[in-house]
Design a protein around this ligand. Structure first.
Ligand SMILES: [Zn+2]
Length: 375
């Protein structure tokens, strides 16, 4: 029943909605302590009122997803994941259908603080978490089966100690990064032009996001291919597409191809026309972030800000699917607002789009430049 709701592609609940799905959302957010639930004192059971709107926004804020007060299938899926506490269910790695939930994030957090490497603390039971679980099981001398059940919870509780997280991860990240600093040639870079096909993304000042993203991605591809980088596109050119490609499929594509980096290309928009500038996003939330994702995001942001007159809107941590489900450093660049007269006039010039491409290709090269060559 919950699964079916979450899988509904058209699920779109917002203020004013009523019905069973709204009741379910109220119930879930109530259990998370985000919504006061007191039916006796007259709180509605199945109405999407101002209180629920506020609770949804707090939830979205906490989880690093776009804060819009709308419960679509993505937000609902995250609400669904939030109901699991460590020990509530038996979990393991299942290829092709990865289990996700807050219990898994807690498991990853604990393994990490005990010195094991479960990969990112992303709440997804992937291969890295599986190897960390097996390594843990081997170390404590219990069945090495990758399955997390009662035996595993007992051992974790026994060994649970408070260690401030982050340090082992920082060290591993630095080590990993220095291993990959062998130049950009022969690296695999996935470029991910946003939207495509029937989905144009943001539209403004006669510019469509998917078409701008197509153009810039082709320009980056040309530059990187020339120096021997293997560039893969996460989707065909927009006009060749009949259907939309969702973010999890794009992330899967990057994972399947063993990409070293992922760059997702978007532009932004906002109703007043006043917002303008460039932002770059990487995976992260209150308790964890991708060290290398942030490092690469900072490089991309700096390269674009240095070469253009776009306002510097800085880098930010988000948990969007593409950032969360990719196993390698991934960033999403939002280079300008098509709703801004200034940014749109820049974006409509081919020479300007070329400068953006040059900046992003330059950031990729810089990221892989061996330490000794770096200035
Ligand atoms: Zn977009």
């Amino acid at each position: 029943m919950n699964q079916t709701l979450a899988a509904l592609p058209g699920l779109q609940l917002s203020r004013g909605a009523t019905g069973a799905a709204v009741a379910e959302v109220r119930d879930r957010l109530g259990r998370l302590g985000l919504l006061r639930v007191n039916v006796d004192s007259g709180d509605p059971v199945d109405e999407f009122d101002a209180d629920l709107d506020a609770a949804v926004r707090v939830f979205q804020q906490q989880r690093g997803i776009t804060v819009d007060g709308i419960v679509g299938s993505k937000t609902f899926r995250r609400i669904e994941e939030a109901r699991w506490n460590l020990g509530d269910r038996v979990i393991s790695f299942t290829y092709g259908h990865l289990t996700a939930g807050d219990d898994i994030a807690e498991l990853q957090h604990r393994l990490n603080s005990l010195g094991f490497d479960p990969g990112r603390i992303d709440g997804i039971f992937g291969p890295d978490t599986d190897s960390a679980v097996r390594e843990f099981q081997r170390n404590v001398g219990i069945d090495v089966d990758g399955t997390c059940g009662p035996q595993m919870w007992r051992e974790l509780d026994r060994l649970n100690r408070t260690v401030t997280g982050g340090t082992p991860q920082q060290l591993r990240s630095d080590h990993y990064h220095s291993m990959t600093k062998t130049g950009a040639a022969n690296k695999v870079v996935v470029l991910d032009p946003g939207h495509g096909g029937p989905d144009y993304g943001h539209v403004g000042h006669r510019l469509a996001e998917s078409i701008v993203a197509d153009d810039v991605s082709r320009r980056i591809e040309g530059r990187l291919a020339a120096i021997g980088t293997q560039v893969l596109m996460s989707r065909p050119m927009s006009h060749e597409m009949d259907n939309e490609v969702d973010e999890s499929a794009r992330a899967q594509f990057a994972n399947d191809n063993g990409a070293d980096l992922v760059v997702s290309l978007h532009v932004d928009a906002e109703p007043t026309g006043n917002a303008a500038g460039i932002s770059t996003y990487y995976f992260g939330h209150d308790e964890d972030r991708s060290v290398l994702g942030q490092r690469f995001a900072d490089t991309v942001q700096a390269e674009i800000v240095r070469r253009t007159d776009l306002t510097d809107c800085r880098t930010h941590a988000k948990t969007w699917d593409l950032l969360r489900m990719t196993r390698m450093p991934a960033v999403r660049v939002e280079f300008g607002y098509v709703s801004s007269a200034h940014d749109a006039s820049r974006l409509s010039e081919a020479t300007f789009r070329d400068v953006i491409a040059e900046a992003i290709a330059g950031a990729v090269v810089r990221y892989f430049t061996p330490e000794t060559d770096a200035e």
